[in-house]
Design a protein around this ligand. Structure first.
Ligand code: DC
Length: 220
């Protein structure tokens, strides 16, 4: 366990509501929020912008060590440029799992994440936070929802962002594919830490899930 600090790990599959919930909890408890998925997304954006295929492991490894990714005032910066919106596009959704399964990419990003969590009170969300990045976190949560519910949420989100040519069935099959890659990869696959609380968000509001987490942390 980490002494004198509040270190919270939140893991779970795509579209389960992790980021929304973790952000709300960070505001309630006044701790720093770190979205590690956004970091893998930012690197994927760089890969695509450089015309590199997301399966071209050699060239991706070549750029990772010279890439700067950091958060400032809850915005993410890639090599000094703010990329909050660009990293949420569907082209990133569909390529990020390939980039995130590369061993050297994970080593570098995990190093950055551990450094970010070194001194502050933090809530960090991702896939391997409770198992690999912050195994000594004070609290671990595994946030899930049915795959159909997660696809519905992602579909709505993309429609709201103006990506109109995507149907629900396509999103459902893309999410299943991402789940498959994220949970079966050799390094740090998505899995619930044995000491994590499971929060199923399927039929609950954001507020209900946030309250559940805050109550556990505050020992109520
Ligand atoms: O949570 P998200 O959808 O923004 O994550 C984007 C991708 O990054 C997802 O396919 C899995 C990967 N990821 C990871 O492998 N490890 C993390 N700690 C966070 C995300």
């Amino acid at each position: 366990m980490v002494d004198n600090r509040l270190v919270i790990a939140v893991d779970g599959p795509a579209g389960a509501g992790k980021s929304t919930i973790a952000k709300k909890v960070s505001e309630i408890l006044n701790v720093e929020y770190i979205d590690t998925g956004a970091m893998y997304r930012a690197l994927t954006l760089k890969v695509i912008k450089n015309g590199i295929d997301s399966k071209d492991v050699k060239n991706i490894i070549r750029i990772v060590s010279s890439t700067s990714i950091y958060f400032k005032d809850n915005h993410i910066f890639l090599d000094g440029t703010r990329v909050d919106e660009e990293i949420r596009k569907n082209i990133i959704n569909n390529n990020v799992s390939n980039v995130a399964k590369i061993k050297e990419v994970r080593e570098e990003l995990v190093r950055m994440q551990q450094k970010m969590a070194e001194e502050n009170n933090v809530i960090m969300d991702g896939r391997d936070i409770g198992t690999v990045v912050l195994p000594n976190a004070n609290f671990k949560f595994f946030v899930t929802a049915s795959v159909e519910e997660r696809a519905r949420r992602r579909h709505k989100e993309l429609l709201e962002k103006g990506e109109k040519n995507i149907c629900y069935e396509q999103i459902l099959s893309e999410i299943k594919e991402r789940d498959r890659i994220d949970s079966t990869r050799k390094i740090a696959p998505l899995k619930k830490a044995t000491d994590a609380y499971e929060i199923d968000t399927t039929n609950k509001s954001i507020k209900q899930c946030t309250d559940e987490i805050v109550n556990i942390i505050e020992g109520r």
